[in-house]
Write a protein that binds this ligand. Structure first.
Ligand code: PMP
Length: 349
């Protein structure tokens, strides 16, 4: 039988270990489910949905709602099944054979995976090995004739930010479409949105999966100039975003203020976790502007990861990524979960 395209044959399926644990701090999700008032509204909406009808292929009401919040129009927004789907749309429209995309690694791995699936040449610029910052190496991308440049801010998994001035400089020095991935911007409170009026080569990615407690839904969106959005609409699956997804995302976005209190709790816990980790022997901690923290252990990361799992705590072993030897990433959980993690970690390291 015929095989797949060579680029696909060379890939391994992206999967996370299928393990059960009492305390799950591995995927940068919110530790809090949706507030009950939102769940109640979703239940009422479920009684009204015309399940027999296809959804609006353009998700117009949701795009309008999101756009208004940024003083933009629906034609500046595209939504998808998680930011991941929007990233795929970006590669389908702007990547592909003969085109290059730049990442500043280690960064969110889905860019590279999706790039390779679409036959895009991925150019990986490495961060400085000591502090893992992107800012000092961004200028290395200016001479690359790339179609896409991805900058994750705050970065998953290192937690660092790039200053607005540097983002401005990047936008001025490349003709590539620059994607600032702000999946965690609700935690860092820094956004490149004001730069959209100045730069036509800017796109900003957001998600409902983190601060909005909706990783289970699969909803994300991208903000950009009309021309960019139009190109992405050309390549997206026709009925990509279900009626239920559109309804739930609309309800959550309308009530987005409700999530503020929990964001503040997570940030306080992040700072506490950072300070406790900094006091823990045999590890080096990287500062984070997000809802997760990266740290390096003296012991092999796999041993630490397994030791935590044996104590009922699942975190992310990041040590397979460039420059991240013996690094692990922990998501900020509830205060109780964080205490269980800290106790287990001190036993293991
Ligand atoms: N960007 C970054 C940096 C992420 O960490 C994630 C999720 N892990 C995403 C985008 C995509 O999130 P989702 O597909 O859940 O919207």
């Amino acid at each position: 039988m015929i095989g797949p395209r060579p680029q696909v044959a060379a890939l391994k399926p992206y999967h996370l270990p299928d393990v059960k644990a009492d305390v799950i701090l591995s995927a940068n999700e919110s530790p809090y489910n949706l507030p009950q008032s939102i769940i109640d509204e979703i239940k009422r909406e479920f009684d009204r949905v015309a399940y027999n009808r296809y959804p609006d292929p353009l998700s117009l009401e949701l795009r309008q709602l999101i756009g208004e919040c940024y003083n933009l129009g629906a034609d500046n927004v595209i939504v998808g099944n998680g930011g991941d789907e929007v990233i795929q749309n970006l590669f389908l429209a702007y990547g592909g054979p003969g085109r290059k995309a730049v990442t500043f690694d280690p960064m969110f791995e889905i860019y590279g995976i999706t790039g390779r699936i679409t036959g895009t040449e991925m150019v990986s610029i490495l961060r400085l090995p000591e502090d893992l910052l992107a800012e000092p190496v961004i200028a290395q991308s200016y001479d690359i004739d790339a179609a896409l440049v991805f900058l994750c801010c705050p970065n998953n998994p290192t937690g660092d930010m790039v200053s607005p001035e540097k983002i401005d400089e990047l936008l001025r020095n490349t003709s590539a479409l620059v994607i600032i991935d702000e999946a965690y911007a609700e935690f860092s409170k820094q956004t490149a949105v004001p730069l959209l009026s100045e730069y036509e080569n800017l796109a900003i990615l957001r998600t409902f999966s983190k601060a909005f407690s909706l990783a289970g839904l699969r909803a994300g969106y991208l903000l950009a100039r009309e021309g960019v959005i139009e190109n992405l609409l050309k390549v997206k699956l026709f009925f990509n975003f279900s009626r239920l997804s559109q309804s739930i995302a609309k309800i959550a976005f309308t009530h987005r203020d409700i999530f503020e209190a929990k964001i503040e709790v997570i940030l306080k816990e992040r700072d506490r976790l950072f300070s406790e980790l900094s006091k823990t022997d045999h590890i080096k901690v990287f500062p984070s502007e997000s809802n997760f923290i990266l740290f390096r252990t003296e012991k092999p990361a796999t041993q630490v990861w397994q030791g935590l799992l044996d104590r009922g705590v699942l975190i992310r072993n990041s040590s397979n990524q460039a420059l991240l030897e013996n690094c692990l990433r922990v998501t900020v959980g509830t205060p109780e979960e964080n205490n269980i993690f800290l106790k287990a970690l001190r036993e293991v390291v």
